[in-house]
Design a protein around this ligand. Structure first.
Ligand SMILES: [Fe+2]
Ligand SMILES: [Fe+2]
Length: 154
């Protein structure tokens, strides 16, 4: 899989977890807790693949517009990873507050994914080309495999 295909496959997984989370109810406490753990795991590795592999290559290959997109996307990652997800994790899953926060996470992530897929990724495909994207995809597979191994060992 090339880098873009791999990241898009991750997006589908994230969107499906978000859909399940938003359909869950205040009584499905275990379900909510499990889904939230799954979401966090997916997002953590996905964000690393982007910030450590795709984004730097994209920024380097591009100009001013790409630099702006790069910083905007990183800021959105930071919002989710440092503010919204940590808050959600300490919210009682049996409450409507949890559902409200899930809604915000879902909106933020869907907006972010949409921008990546409609603006950044097509631009990256043009700027980087097939071969580079294949190579970046391989780096991503390696990083993902290592992450899974570490997660299992932990
Ligand atoms: Fe992203
Ligand atoms: Fe992404």
């Amino acid at each position: 899989m090339n880098a873009i295909e791999l990241l898009k496959a991750d997006h589908e997984k994230v969107k499906s977890i978000l859909a399940q989370l938003s359909e869950s109810t205040d009584r499905g406490i275990k379900k909510r807790t499990d889904l939230l753990a799954k979401l966090e795991m997916e997002i953590t590795i996905h964000t690393r693949l982007e910030e450590e592999i795709l984004y730097p290559a994209f920024k380097q290959a591009g100009g001013k517009d790409e630099a702006e997109m790069y910083y905007e996307a990183k800021e959105e990652h930071r919002t989710v990873d440092s503010l919204v997800l940590p808050d959600l994790k300490v919210t009682d899953p049996s409450t409507p507050e949890f559902a409200g926060r899930v809604k915000v996470v879902k909106e933020l992530l869907e907006h972010h994914i949409e921008e990546e897929e409609t603006d950044m990724f097509p631009d990256a495909e043009k700027l980087l080309g097939k071969e580079a994207l294949e190579a970046l995809g391989e780096q991503m597979e390696t990083m993902k495999a290592q992450y899974r191994k570490d997660a299992q060992a932990a």
